[in-house]
Structure formats: C-alpha cells, structure tokens
Design a protein around this ligand. Structure first.
Ligand code: PGA
Length: 256
C-alpha cells in the first residue's frame, strides 16, 4: 500500500465489457476472494445497465460500487441518454470515474466538461475519481507535467483544493492504457508526486490525504512494485479487472 495513512483503493473499470451472467459470475468470484477487505478498498465500475444488479450482488461484501461516467446535468430533465449522479447514488454507487482518457479522446470531453461532471458527482454526494494523463506524443515532447498540471488544475482552479478532499485522482498515461506497456514505477511515482505537490501548494493536508491511483496495464505481475511507491495509493484497472484471479492478485498486492 502507499505510504502514510492513506488506505489504498483497487478499482476495476470494466469499460464496455461483459454481459449479465458474466458480470454476476465475476462479482461472485471477487466477493469470495476479497476476504475482509482490510488494508485496501476494492471498487467495481461495471457498465450502467448492470449497476443495479451489481449493487445487490455486492450486498454484505466490503466491495464498493462505482460508475464509469455521469451526466454533467445536476437537475432531472430532457437530457436523452444521460444518467445523473442522483440516479447513480440511488442504485448504490459511491464513486464515479470522470475524465477517463477514452471519454476525452473518443467522445470529445474537455477539461471544462470534466470539471462539470466532477461537480455533479460531488453534488450527488458521491466521490469522483478524476482521471488525468498524457498521450505518447505529449510524453515524447516533454509535456507530461504540463498536461497533468492543466488537467488537475482545471478542477483545482475552478473548485478549489477543498473539492479534492472528497475525491480520488487516477494518473493514467494514455500510452499505457490497454497497450501492455506499463509506466515504470519511477515514471508513475514522478507524476504522482507532481500531482500531490500541485495540490499541496493550496492545501498540504488535503494533498497528504488524497488517494492517487495509477492506471495503465496494471497486472498481477507488476502491481506490487507500483503500489510500493510512496505516492501510489492503488490502481485503476481495466483489462485485468475482467479476470477474477488476476484482479484479486492485484488487490492483494495493495493490502501489503
Ligand atoms: P488497462 O486500462 O488496465 O486495460 O490498461 C486502465 C484504464 O483505462 O482504466
């Protein structure tokens, strides 16, 4: 687990994968393997349509439920296809991923849009997981720090450091997502420390308590060395979260 008093989180981002029966089998296998939970928190983020069922499968387990996205709209109304934070809370979610790079690159989400979603999540009483990270071209051009600073800064400058007191950040270098190419522990640690330092400028206590997850090709075989680093407080796991044994290995790497 990460250093200090921060409890690590291992979150599974299922993306647009699975089917009803498969989802149930996966949840059941994880529930059987998670144990008491203990030193780390497990969180699952299935597709919207399985959330309600997943909440029931997860009853009396220590596993928490999150959504992969949310509407930026705070009030109900004529927003065809949107799902509000209040609805996610209603079916038992506690967390919502916002600003995942797939949303940013495939669906045109902007920093401003991500801030609006972050705000909508908190307004519904849920915890946003703010995803940030640079593309391969941005890294190769030496822009990693600038990109991450801009993405975190969008929330920090608009909502203030207080907003990060009830939030999680996930550093997910785009070039490492689904590519099998993981950031090295040094590469990840460097950016995690930068993110914490950015927030510490405004509020050192909030920065110190903030969980910063690493995401991008985390597997059972590389999780422990990543999670051992000082500023890495768990992971946001895509592909490997669809395999119960693999995800449990990652989870147990975070429980120390
Ligand atoms: P990956 O995805 O683990 O499949 O690389 C991580 C993510 O996109 O959250």
């Amino acid at each position: 687990m990460g250093a200090g008093m921060r409890t690590s989180i291992v979150a599974g981002n299922w993306k647009m994968n699975g089917a009803f029966g498969e989802s149930r089998d996966l949840v059941m296998a994880l529930a059987a393997g998670v144990g008491e939970g203990g030193d780390a928190e497990m969180l699952l983020c299935p597709p919207f349509v399985y959330l309600d069922a997943a909440a029931r499968w997860l009853e009396s387990t220590p596993i928490a439920l999150g959504a992969q996205d949310v509407s930026r709209e705070g009030k109900p109304g004529a927003y065809t296809g949107e799902v509000s934070g209040a609805m996610l809370a209603d079916v038992g979610c506690t967390h919502v991923i916002v600003g995942h790079s797939e949303r940013r690159t495939l669906y045109g989400e902007t920093d401003d849009g991500v801030v609006a979603k972050f705000r909508a999540v908190q307004a519904a009483g849920l915890v946003p997981i703010l995803c940030v990270g640079e593309t391969l071209a941005e890294r190769e051009e030496g822009h990693t720090a600038a990109v991450v600073t801009r993405q975190v800064g969008a929330v920090l400058d608009t909502l203030g450091a207080d907003a990060l007191g009830e939030a999680v950040v996930a550093y997910e270098p785009v070039w490492a997502i689904g590519t099998g190419r993981t950031a090295t522990p040094d590469q990840a640690q460097e950016v995690h420390a930068l993110i914490r330092a950015l927030i510490a400028v405004q509020d050192a206590t909030i920065a110190d308590g903030l969980r910063i997850l690493y995401g991008g090709s985390v597997k059972g075989a590389n999780a422990a060395e990543l999670f051992a680093r000082e500023d890495i407080d768990g992971g946001l796991i895509g592909g490997a979260s669809l395999d119960a044994a693999e995800f449990l290995t990652i989870f147990h790497a975070a429980t120390g």
